[in-house]
Ligand binder design. Sequence first.
Ligand code: GCU
Length: 408
Amino acid sequence: MKMRSQYAWIKWCMEAVLAAMAVLPTAANPAVPSAPEPKDVPELMTTFKGEKVTTREQWEKVRAPELLAEFTREEYGRRPVERPKTLSFAAAEPDAVMMDGKAIRKRVRVSYGGKYGTNEFTFTAFIPRQEQPAPAFILICNRSAAENIDPTREKKSDFWPAEQIVARGYAAIAFWNGDIAPDCNRGLSEGVFAVFGDTSRPDRPKDAWGVLSAWAWGASRVMDWIETEPLLDAKHVAVVGHSRGGKTALVAGVYDKRFAMACSNDSGCSGAKLNHIDLPRSEHLADIVTTFPYWFCRNYVRHVNAEKSWRVDQHEFVALIAPRLVCIASATGDAWAGPEGEYASGALASPAWELYGKKGLVSNGFPPPETPLQEGCISYHLRTGKHNLTPYDWKVYMDFADRHGWRK
Ligand code: GCU
């Protein structure tokens, strides 16, 4: 009898240990981060004057323009130019059939000029060889171009699985952000900035554009070319970016309505991450404007350590993409980007889609990893792993486009 109760005790202890192991984070079982509740979030559907927004007309005439003006003046900055009159396209190399005959590669040189000079950048497009015009994904590449977007395909990178994208019937297009403006303080006086005005001086206008907006401007110029290319379906083009590129993809989607989808991968602070949520391990404005002041307009510093008393938050930036499609992605091992805050922005942006009779993010709460939420017009997924853009993320984005009938 005594022996039996001893065994029962040992068995109980072992079960307790095993149960604890199942909920504790281990390499094999990464924790689903617990989701803190957002607090005192600025109300998306109330104007700055305190009026409730209940119709699409009020949204389009009053609320969306005032939000856009606020984000432009306070965060991303005002652009001196959209499509320059001098913009032109030329083949940088002859077209080539590649990927075992499955794709046509085009290398396009984009040239432009402004008051202070001229400049150019070249991008690559792999277009599936098929009867009908192909929908497309444009990557704003913020990593080494040679390693990640090699036009020869001698170097292949999971960051831009162009073969996988083409195999699914989508054109894979990529440009390097550094070709638009270098990713450093000096960026403000080079690339596109050097052509349209020097913004590097310390007294540059406080609302003049920063580098994120310039990179997004580059994506729009690629879109200008897509509209001229009969092999492509300009009505179904997604802009994709990771991290700083993910912030940029949102900027591109907000400022250019021709993008039918914006995919913001691990974009974090000043991207999809909500500020009104307590995520102490995530990046805050104080961090980002110290290290990357040139990404933003000068006014942004006013909100450092005061983001919770600012009258807008990033869910309202995401909402400016409605009624088009948005993908927000996070990774379990990416506390710096704040996955729960990225998710919260999608959830809180959703009423903008509802004004159009659509659904935003359809969810029952912060999801476990590898469970994409794709029922509405906002896709959210949490991926197991590190801060990165992977073939799995690309698969989720393409599944979402498929779901919305992008491949006829
Ligand atoms: C830094 C920065 C982030 C950014 C990231 C990236 O970590 O703090 O805001 O998203 O770089 O672009 O990889």
